[in-house]
Design a protein around this ligand. Structure first.
Ligand code: XMP
Length: 522
């Protein structure tokens, strides 16, 4: 597969570049900048002054990172960047770096400062803190502290442990904050960021849902021209929004393909067909491949083999659908910005981890990729989806693994096991929705282990299968905690599963975090 141009570019938008000294901070900063309606992009710390100048950014933000500029091998910034006349805001490590590189000083702080601190604004507070409360809570995480800001800069705030919690030199476009304005615990953090953008950089608010959609539509039209595109729909948010955007751009030059694997959630295939085929009137191909999937999965119990078999079957089914659209030269994928950053690709290159490909399609399919969500964060994707008129249950759907229920059926995946699990899973999700907890929970689902236990129902002794309920909170699926669901919600799930799902006589709740467990059971 060859990659085409990114379907949205930042061109035409005032852009702020976030220099990445530590990924988790950089992504959050970039999201906050976009909340202020300014387009932001993450760039590596190795970026040169020439590369930055070529991008003509409205401003640059240096993210937090290692504990100290004195740590061995701590990354630095090309010092020529300070001479570009582009306003720079340093956050935490970034602020220390500005001080260190421009003639101030950074020294060890006897106790470091971690977590909440009370910050006192000095004088008028300068352009970033002016008019905000004289004393306010901020979130700190640093070992060293700035002792002296660069010559010419004014100290605008301090805490008990940080004599220089904020400094600025607006004439030179230099700003530094030792605290983390991007985290929620810093009460006025978003205002500080917004002031840097508006007052420091003069950046206009232009990154809105309307402008994102307009830019994507224009760029997809540009890329696809009069060609034909196909898009595999999985029922998930990303492929759904990608399809809706591309459909807005090229209408019936797009064909959507849904492979019903027999391993989707209850009514999922019908819902997707209803939304895209009927409601949006898209050209829609549905491949009913359950028989083939179950046939290929018969007798297989080893988790990795199962995934492989599902992957192979998916490719076969997709190729069958493709024969119905022989002239399709483009494949739409719902790749998101975090996938792009994490795979080490820039917004202008296209190496994406293979498991981020729709259903794991192989590289030798001869398509050019259309990736309209390539520059968007998940919350932006949901907002775009809502704006395009996708129903709530798709826009706010929880993540669902590519191999579907196959990774939640321990042991052999049979049509009967899939039916049992699908039924139990629907009850678990419905009760969570009824309790109004669906959006607080990252994923909630049922698992069907390969064991039987003794029970008693009425006068009868039973020997049935247990169902495991798994519900986790998380922000990125890298780590997760088991959700403290209210007991009455668990009770409702349990009694309904027992009463309504034949063959199930016991329900248990998984109380393991990740790590050591994973979110899925296989
Ligand atoms: P684990 O189980 O590794 O899951 O904690 C982390 C996240 O990834 C999803 N997941 C998958 N998604 N194909 C996918 O597309 C897979 O094979 C797969 N396995 C796990 C899982 O649902 C969770 O959101």
């Amino acid at each position: 597969m060859t990659a085409g141009a990114a379907a949205v570019t930042g061109r035409g938008f005032d852009t702020v570049l976030v220099v990445d000294f530590g990924a988790q901070y950089a992504q959050l900063i970039a999201r906050r900048v976009r909340e202020c309606e300014v387009y932001s992009e993450i760039v590596p710390a190795s970026i040169t002054a020439d590369e930055i100048a070529a991008r003509r950014p409205a401003g640059v933000i240096l993210s937090g990172g290692p504990a100290s500029v004195h740590v061995e091998g701590a990354p630095i910034l090309d010092p020529e960047i300070y001479g570009l006349e582009v306003p720079v805001l340093g956050i935490c490590y970034g602020a220390q770096l500005i001080a260190e590189q421009l003639g101030g000083s950074v020294g060890p702080n006897a106790r470091g400062e971690y977590g909440r601190a009370e910050m006192t604004v000095a004088g008028t507070g300068g352009s970033l803190l002016e008019g905000l409360p004289a004393s306010q809570p901020v979130w700190m995480s640093h070992f060293d502290a700035i002792v002296e800001p660069p010559p010419g800069a004014t100290v605008t705030a301090s805490t008990a442990a940080s004599p220089v919690a904020a400094f600025e030199d607006p004439d030179r476009g230099l700003y530094g904050v030792q605290f983390h304005p991007e985290v929620e615990h810093t009460l006025h953090g978003l205002q500080v960021i917004e002031r840097f953008l508006r007052r420091g950089c003069g950046a206009r608010p232009s990154w809105s849902m309307d402008s994102i959609i307009d830019a994507s539509v224009a760029s997809v039209r540009d890329q696809v021209g009069r060609g034909r595109a196909i898009c595999g729909l999985s029922g998930g948010v990303d492929s759904a929004v990608a399809a809706a955007l591309v459909h807005r751009a090229i209408g019936d030059q797009l064909t959507c393909v849904l492979v019903d694997t027999g391993l989707l959630r209850l009514d999922e295939a019908d819902q997707v067909q209803e939304t895209f085929g009927r409601h949006f009137g898209m050209d829609f191909v549905r491949v009913d491949a359950a028989t083939e999937f179950f046939g290929a999965l018969a007798g297989i119990t080893e988790p990795e083999t199962k995934r492989k078999v599902v992957g192979e079957q998916f490719i076969r089914a997709f190729e069958r659908a493709r024969h119905q659209v022989p002239d399709a030269g483009f494949l739409v994928q719902g790749t998101l910005y975090p996938d792009v950053i994490e795979s080490g690709a820039t917004t202008h290159s296209s190496t994406i981890k293979s498991h981020h490909n729709v259903g794991g399609l192989p590289d030798d399919l001869d398509f050019e990729l259309v990736e309209p969500l390539r520059l968007l964060f998940k919350d932006e994707v949901r907002a775009v989806g809502a704006e395009l008129g996708l129903p709530d249950e798709i826009v706010h759907r929880q993540p669902f693994p590519g191999p579907g229920l196959a990774v939640r059926i321990i042991g052999e995946v049979t049509p009967e096991a899939a039916a049992t699990l699908r039924h139990a899973d629907a009850i678990v999700r419905e009760e969570l929705r009824t309790a109004g907890l669906e959006r607080e929970i990252w994923q909630s689902f049922a698992v069907l282990p390969d064991i039987r236990t003794v029970g008693v129902m009425g006068d009868e002794r039973t020997y049935g299968r247990p169902v495991v309920i798994r519900a986790v909170t998380s922000s990125d699926a890298m780590t997760a905690d088991w959700a403290r669901l209210p007991h009455d919600v668990l009770e409702a799930m349990s009694s309904r599963v027992i009463a309504e799902v034949p063959g199930v006589n016991r329900v248990v709740y998984d109380i393991t975090s990740k790590p050591p467990a994973t979110i899925e059971w296989e």
